[in-house]
Design a protein around this ligand. Structure first.
Ligand code: NAD
Ligand code: UDP
Ligand code: UDP
Length: 343
C-alpha cells in the first residue's frame, strides 16, 4: 500500500503506491496529532499537497472538523477521533506530535488534562515511534524559557520557569515532553526532532481562544475595544503560520535533532501590535486596558541563527504582511457566528 514496511525500521523507497509522487521523493505515511487544530491543519494541507498519506489523531478539544473538511473524501487523508493520552497502534513513517491545547485560556481550563496530554500523550507517541521505527517531531514552545532572563532567547538557554504557577501545566509539561523525547532518543534510538515554537498566528485560529492576535483581530472586526493586558509594554514576536509549517517540515526531513527555535524575530509590544491591527482592519479601533495574567513573560524574541544555519530556514512573512492574510477568514467566521445567533 503505502511506503511503510512493517518489520524493518526503514520506510520503503522507490515504487510505492497508487498515486505517483514527484521523482526522487517517496510517499510517506505521516501521523499528525492535533491535526484538527490551527497549526496542525495547515501542516496537514502541506503534507497532502506534496503527496504524503496523512492520518490525523485529534480529540477535538480545541480543534475543529471545519479545519479539515476540505480533505474529507480524499483517499490520502484519514481523521481518527482519538485522545493521545490513550495508547494506539498504527504503522507509520513519521509522527508530528502537536496535540496539546496551546492558548493560555485553553491550557489552564483543565491543567491536569494539559499535563496528562503533554506527558502521557508524548510517551504514547514516542512508544509508537519506537515500535514502528518512525521519526518523531515534538512541537515544544518558547514557553520553556519561562519569563526569560536572556534576550533574545537562544536554544542553549535553560529558562526561568515557575514550577508551581498557573502556566506550569503547559511550560513544565512541554519541558517534560522534551525530556521524554531525548530519553527515547538516547535510550531507544528513536529519531527525534524538537521545535520550540514562538507565538504564531493566521487563518483558522480559534476566534475566542484568548490569544492576543486572535483577540485583537476579532475585537477590531466586531468594533469592540482591543483589550491590552497590563501596561501593554510586554513584547512578543509573531510568526505567520505558513512560515512555521515550512520550518516544521524542514526540521522533520533534515538531519538535526534540535531543539530549534521556530519564530519570527520581529519584536512588538502589545501596544504596537494594537496599532498594526488598527492600521490593517479599522483606523477607528480603540484600546482598553485590563489587568495582566499571572506569570506573564515580560519579553520574548527568538534567536533563530541555529535554524538559519542548519535548516536553511527563516520566516518570510512580516507581521504587516501576515495580518491581512487572516482577516478574511476571521470576518467570514464572525459573520457565520452572528448569523447562527440570528443577528
Ligand atoms: P490548537 O489548540 O489549535 O491545536 C491543538 C490540537 O490538539 C487541537 O486540535 C486539539 O483538539 C488537539 N488536542 C488537544 N489535546 C489533545 C489530546 N489529549 N488528544 C488528541 N488531541 C488533542 O493549537 P495550535 O496553535 O495549533 O498548537 C499546536 C501545537 O503547537 C501545540 O502543541 C502547541 O503547544 C504548539 N505551539 C503553538 C504555538 C502557537 O502560537 N500557535 C506556540 C508554541 C507552541
Ligand atoms: N504505545 C502506543 N502505541 C504503540 C507502542 C506503544 O500507544 O504502538 C504506548 C504504550 O502503551 C506505552 C507507551 O506508548 O504506554 C510507551 O511505550 P514503550 O514501549 O516505550 O514503554 P512500555 O510499554 O514498555 O512502558
Ligand atoms: N494579551 C493582551 N490582550 C489580550 C490577550 C493577551 O494584551 O487580549 C497579552 C498577554 O498578556 C501576553 C501577550 O498578549 O503578554 C501574549 O499573550 P498570548 O496569550 O497571545 O500568548 P503567550 O505568549 O502569553 O502564550
Amino acid at each position: 500500500l503505502a511506503s511503510f514496511s512493517s518489520g524493518t525500521n526503514r520506510p520503503v523507497y522507490g515504487k510505492v503506491g497508487r498515486v505517483p509522487v514527484g521523482i526522487g521523493r517517496r510517499r510517506m505515511r505521516v501521523v499528525v496529532t492535533g491535526g484538527a487544530g490551527f497549526v496542525g491543519s495547515h501542516l496537514v494541507d502541506k503534507l497532502i499537497a506534496r503527496g504524503d498519506e496523512v492520518i490525523v489523531l485529534d480529540n477535538f478539544f480545541t480543534g475543529r472538523k471545519d479545519n479539515l473538511v476540505h480533505l474529507f473524501g480524499n483517499p490520502m487523508f484519514e481523521l481518527i477521533r482519538h485522545d493521545v493520552v490513550e495508547p494506539i497502534l498504527l504503522e507509520v513513517d513519521q509522527i508530528y506530535h502537536l496535540a496539546c491545547p496551546a492558548s493560555p485560556v485553553h491550557y489552564k481550563y483543565n491543567p491536569v488534562k494539559t499535563i496528562k496530554t503533554n506527558v502521557m500523550g508524548t510517551l504514547n507517541m514516542l512508544g509508537l515511534a519506537k515500535r514502528v521505527g518512525a521519526r518523531f517531531l515534538l512541537t515544544s514552545t518558547s514557553e520553556v524559557y519561562g519569563d526569560p532572563l536572556h534576550h533574545p532567547q537562544k536554544e542553549t538557554y535553560w529558562g526561568n520557569v515557575n514550577p508551581i504557577g498557573e502556566r506550569s501545566c503547559y511550560d513544565e509539561g512541554k519541558r517534560t515532553a522534551e525530556t521524554l523525547a531525548m530519553d527515547y532518543h538516547r535510550g531507544a534510538g528513536v529519531e527525534v526532532r524538537i521545535a520550540r515554537i514562538f507565538n504564531t498566528y493566521g487563518p483558522r485560529m480559534c476566534l475566542d481562544d484568548g490569544r492576543v492576535v486572535s483577540n485583537f483581530v476579532a475585537q477590531a472586526i466586531r468594533k469592540l475595544p482591543m483589550t491590552v493586558y497590563g501596561d501593554g509594554k510586554q513584547t512578543r514576536s509573531f510568526q505567520y503560520v505558513s512560515d512555521l509549517v515550512d520550518g516544521l517540515v524542514a526540521l522533520m526531513d533534515g538531519e538535526h535533532i534540535g531543539p530549534f527555535n521556530l519564530g519570527n524575530p520581529g519584536e512588538f509590544t502589545m501596544l504596537e501590535l494594537s496599532e498594526v491591527v488598527k492600521e490593517t482592519i479599522d483606523p477607528s479601533a480603540t484600546i482598553e486596558f485590563r489587568p495582566n495574567t499571572a506569570d506573564d513573560p515580560h519579553m520574548r524574541k527568538p534567536d533563530i541563527s541555529k535554524a538559519k544555519e542548519l535548516l536553511n530556514w527563516e520566516p518570510k512573512i512580516s507581521l504587516r504582511e501576515g495580518l491581512p492574510l487572516m482577516v478574511g477568514d476571521f470576518r467570514q467566521r464572525i459573520l457565520n457566528e452572528d448569523e447562527g445567533k440570528g443577528a
